[in-house]
Design a protein around this ligand. Structure first.
Ligand code: AMP
Length: 175
């Protein structure tokens, strides 16, 4: 499948100069969505790990379908102030702004091997903050998987040595 053709690009959203890669057009096509989840399933069906960590909010969409198929626990990493229990937090810089992620303190067992899921990696700041939270809980992030990798923003290098698996790559000048 030509997955790229299902991703809509919206120029100058949410701020001038950002090429927003919109995954709602994947979700609106049942074959394209199934293709994404199936490819992630193929990647991880024979991997030994204990939990999937999904990053709010578009990571939830792909990650929850994958957790169902793989029959593994789902650990939610949310934006500040959304989780009701006791949390720890990590700050990070976005391509457009700054933010903070949180996780419940009792969400993992010590030494749990965790795979992180988000829709897209740009600079890698979000994934770094999520991986930091997992490590603070005593967990071991083993890989990060995304649907879209914006290669010019060097996310892959910035999250190293954490490996990155992506389904498609985009350069900034692609429309
Ligand atoms: P970063 O922390 O720079 O890797 O940014 C990744 C996060 O910001 C992901 O959760 C994305 O959903 C969102 N994001 C950043 N840049 C874009 C973009 N150009 N198009 C769509 N989403 C983006």
């Amino acid at each position: 499948m030509d997955l790229k053709s299902y991703i809509r690009t919206i120029p100058d959203y949410p701020t001038q100069g950002v090429q927003f890669r919109d995954i709602t057009t994947i979700l609106e096509d049942s074959n394209a969505f199934r293709y994404c989840v199936d490819r992630l399933y193929q990647r991880y069906q024979n991997t030994a790990f204990d939990a999937l960590a999904v990053i709010e909010s578009r990571g939830f969409v792909f990650g929850s379908a994958l957790a169902y198929l793989l029959h593994v626990p789902l650990l939610v990493i949310r934006k500040k102030g959304k989780l009701p229990g006791k949390t720890i937090s990590a700050n990070y810089k976005l391509e457009y702004g700054t933010s903070s992620l949180e996780v419940h303190v009792d969400a993992l067992e010590d030494s749990d091997r965790v795979i992180l899921i988000d829709d897209l990696i740009a600079t890698g700041g979000t994934v770094c903050a999520a991986a930091e939270l997992i490590r603070k809980l005593g967990g071991d992030p083993v890989e990060c998987a995304v649907v879209i990798e914006l290669v010019d923003l060097n996310g892959r290098e910035n999250i190293a040595p954490l490996p990155l698996f992506s389904l498609v790559t985009f350069h900034e000048d692609e429309t």
